[in-house]
Design a protein around this ligand. Structure first.
Ligand SMILES: NC(=O)c1ccc[n+]([C@@H]2O[C@H](COP(=O)([O-])OP(=O)(O)OC[C@H]3O[C@@H](n4cnc5c(N)ncnc54)[C@H](O)[C@@H]3O)[C@@H](O)[C@H]2O)c1
Length: 389
């Protein structure tokens, strides 16, 4: 629970108390995959004042896991998640492996009753996420996904203002992930293909901004979208544009690109009484936000802006601290699976609309839909109707 009460904790979609974490000592963390993002997990865990400790790590690359263990003083190393779980007692595993492995590794850990925090995307498809949900129910442990940008102070502030209505009704929003990735970025074998990464910038990059948007303004209802492969050597898209109608009636324009030399992550929320903007790239502070009052509403907006949480930057550390809090208090660890599913379903909806030309509604993509098992669904037009080329 935060100081503001349980309803406002970002991403704790499930109601009810969980078993409290009663064991003495720091949370025992295992890292699966010791590549690029694993270092960021280690660094951010080290900022938790001793509340968590990495006690084991695994990677299929022995040199990488050895280097990681030396740098972060990790007692146990292994070459697979099974070996890791057999070798050391863990409270939670952080999946820092390529996206195509998240489902399988999450199921292994959950079946053994170990909590899972998966890097984004949590799974390659809605079908995979539903399999994880089954394992979560069966094993009694919890699955959460990394969405570190939900946890900065101003995102929390805005989430609260949507609930209390201080800025009036949300009318429209902009959600742009305009990033640049050169061709060489796609040299890593898991990048840029449907089977290993699950999609292009809609799945791998824009997921962050879309997740902040939905965590603030609430669930989506309908989407129409266009996807293109303009320039990158990939089987997936390198660009999508979507118009999304939210359940509260707000209409949002979304762009996901890895083609944009002046990079920016830009979210803009137009309410009846104010515009709120966030401009950053890979993380924000309070200074990344600004507010503009509608004529005649300056005092009300200034008063709202002056109140509430400040000072927490969006970061893995902020999410890890929220997870440690949740485990101590017996509340769901954020970002819970059902919350992550809303975002993953929007991503599936964008692909489904772009590849079929249809307007897609939330709830349309069930087991009968080709887009349930793969984001490629019926196939991107540039793949000639197939998955990866
Ligand atoms: N939240 C964020 O801001 C953020 C940023 C970057 C990456 N990510 C995500 O983190 C994940 C990893 O990305 P990365 O850039 O670190 O990739 P990476 O390729 O640098 O690292 C992945 C590591 O996993 C290892 N691995 C492969 N198969 C394995 C297996 N079966 N068992 C254990 N380890 C295995 C690889 O050897 C490699 O060391 C991806 O899902 C990515 O989308 C998130």
């Amino acid at each position: 629970m935060t100081e503001n009460g349980p309803d406002l904790v970002p991403g704790t979609g499930r109601a009810g108390q969980r078993k409290e974490f009663t064991r003495e000592g720091p949370l025992r963390v295992g890292i699966v995959g010791t590549g690029g993002i694993a270092g960021s997990h280690a660094e951010n865990l080290s900022r938790l004042d001793g509340r968590a400790r990495i006690v084991g790590a695994c990677d299929i690359d022995p040199e990488r896991v050895d280097a990681f263990r030396t740098k972060w003083d990790v007692p146990v190393g292994a070459s697979s998640i099974d070996e890791l779980l057999d070798s050391v007692e863990l409270d939670i595993v952080h999946l820092c492996s390529p996206p195509g492995l998240h489902k399988q590794q999450a199921v292994v850990a959950l079946r053994r009753g170990i909590h899972v925090l998966s890097e984004k995307p949590p799974a390659l498809s809605l079908a995979e996420l539903d399999e994880i949900a089954d394992a979560e129910r069966a094993g009694g442990a919890q699955f959460a996904t990394v969405s570190q940008h939900r946890f900065g102070s101003r995102a929390q502030w805005l989430r609260e203002r949507v609930i209390d209505g201080a800025l009036g009704r949300p009318l429209t929003a902009v959600c742009n992930t305009l990033w640049y990735r050169p061709d060489s970025y796609f040299d890593l074998p898991w990048r840029g293909n449907w089977d290993l990464e699950g999609g292009g910038p809609t799945m791998g990059h824009g997921i962050h901004q879309m997740d902040i948007l939905l965590s603030i303004l609430g669930p989506w209802e309908q989407v129409v979208a266009v996807a293109a492969r303009q320039a990158r050597p990939v089987a997936t898209e390198d660009l999508t544009h979507a118009i999304v109608t939210l359940r509260n009636g707000a209409v949002v324009s979304v762009v996901n690109s890895v083609l944009s030399p002046r990079e920016t992550s830009y979210l803009r929320f137009d309410f009846e009484y104010a515009t709120v903007e966030l401009e950053h790239l890979y993380g924000y502070s309070d200074a990344s936000w600004r507010i503009t009052a509608a004529p005649g509403h300056e005092d009300r907006v200034a008063e709202a802006w002056a109140w509430g949480p400040t000072g927490t930057e969006s970061s893995h550390a902020a999410q890890f601290a929220a997870i440690a809090d949740a485990l101590e208090h017996g509340t769901p660890i954020p970002v819970a699976l059902d919350q992550a599913r809303v975002t993953l379903e929007l991503i599936a909806g964008i692909y489904a609309s772009a590849f079929t030309g249809a307007r897609v509604s939330a709830g349309d993509i069930g087991p009968q839909s080709p887009f349930y098992r793969s984001m490629a669904g019926t196939g991107a037009p540039w793949n000639d109707g197939a998955g990866d080329e």
